[in-house]
Write a protein that binds this ligand. Sequence first.
Ligand SMILES: NC(=O)C1=CN([C@@H]2O[C@H](COP(=O)(O)OP(=O)(O)OC[C@H]3O[C@@H](n4cnc5c(N)ncnc54)[C@H](OP(=O)(O)O)[C@@H]3O)[C@@H](O)[C@H]2O)[C@@H](O)CC1
Ligand SMILES: [K+]
Length: 484
Amino acid sequence: MQRVTAGPPWALHDIAAIRRIESAAALGLPPHALMQRAGLAVARLALALAPHEPGVWLACGPGNNGGDGLEAAWHLKAWGRSPVVTWLGDEQSVPADARASLERARHAGVVFTDTPPPRCGLAIDALFGLGARRPLAGRAAQCRDALATLAAAGTPVLAVDLPSGLDADTGTGEQPVRADHTLSLLALKPGLFTAQGRDAAGQVWFDDLGVTASEPASAMLSARPEPVLRPHASHKGSWGDVAVVGGAAGLRGAALLAARAALHAGAGRVFVAPLQASGEPTLDPFQPDLMFRDPEALDLPRLHIVCGCGGGDAVRAVLPRIISSARSLVLDADALNAIAADASLGKLLRARSGRADRPSVITPHPLEAARLLQLTAGEVQQDRLSAARKLVEAFGCVVVLKGSGSVIAAPGEVPRINPTGNARLAIAGTGDVLAGMVATRMARGQAPFAAACDAVHAHGELADHWPAGETLTAAALARSIAPD
Ligand SMILES: NC(=O)C1=CN([C@@H]2O[C@H](COP(=O)(O)OP(=O)(O)OC[C@H]3O[C@@H](n4cnc5c(N)ncnc54)[C@H](OP(=O)(O)O)[C@@H]3O)[C@@H](O)[C@H]2O)[C@@H](O)CC1
Ligand SMILES: [K+]
């Protein structure tokens, strides 16, 4: 069993792949073997999470997820604990493996009750796993609410395989169980790490049940970036030139944030090309290293461009030239809204994507993604991996769909889900900082998909390591970037 941490590139499998892995594994194993392994893993983790609390309540559903819970109860009883089970199954229709575990638990003297105990040392959610097909209702909803009451009183909640009611593929669900820990069995699921998944699952643990996945990953958790070695014999030209085009009147700050982020991330030189800026000061007094230019004067084929941050409507006019000529391109915010509103710009972006020497990354949040796909933000959030894939199909470039568990997708690549970051990033300006970080990685020669994955990971880690008592602002975030 392993604790899933942000670092290694964990493989994720969707429900269809897991069912195939399960069938292949079952062919070579005696009946009930996988559930025995699953139950043992759950019981071990339960013991580790509540070593001094004998009382464990297990809410067990009618299928094999419930069977895992029953098997765990049997072990806990054998180890001298006091498991109490509420089982929602039906004697007539219980699946064979779950029946075997039910009988073991009964024979061992595990207590069964219809009423959740008022208190216990640990509560286990074994209501539903991969087979959850509809919102929790009736007794299942009552158990979910009882788990929430126990959690509010300080009882840790451990979910078996998935928090019940959470969709393993999409991380969506109507009021899923909220767990402190989730032990994912056989394979890690994408839904644990995106949309509502991170809030529902808590700390994720993984046990492969001794089975090597026979299926390619459906997605991966993106890995911590490798540190970059900066040779002594380098100069400012070695680290690339980034230019930020945006910051229309009243929105200057967004462009400055992206530019400062690019500078702190280690770009060799950073230019700001504000839109509608005639007669304004051409200095950022807090960051005098930034160089101001007229957007028309930029030597685009040499430059790694961030376009859109605070671009307002004015960005529309500069986009055709930028999309056609920039050496590499990160499109954010108003640039994406302009493309959503004007099909000819989308066409230009698609045409640009045909050129390997002209990489592009788009970084929409769910509403911007919805505009680009002519969907609602709710529809995008219903299946974030699928929305990111649709954007890749539409524009042929690298896509970063922001939000909890940002999804990074690109043509020919297994999509990545980013495991870092937290709600402190849900404020204005942090997206501009990210855009600057992505551009800087491309400026120093990283391939666009890797640049996007690494920048998103690093951006999230800044928030994860933010000092508890200090406010996170976008400007402070940009300043805190350490070039790696
Ligand atoms: N895959 C593997 O390799 C391994 C899997 N293992 C374990 O098995 C789990 C999958 O088991 P599973 O297929 O039996 O599905 P599960 O989640 O128990 O639910 C199905 C039952 O719930 C019912 N039901 C669904 N939603 C409902 C609702 N809202 N409200 C009420 N009822 C609802 C549904 O009824 P139906 O929809 O059929 O009417 C059916 O009766 C998996 O997550 C893992 O824990 C491990 O043991 C070993 C390896
Ligand atoms: K569960």
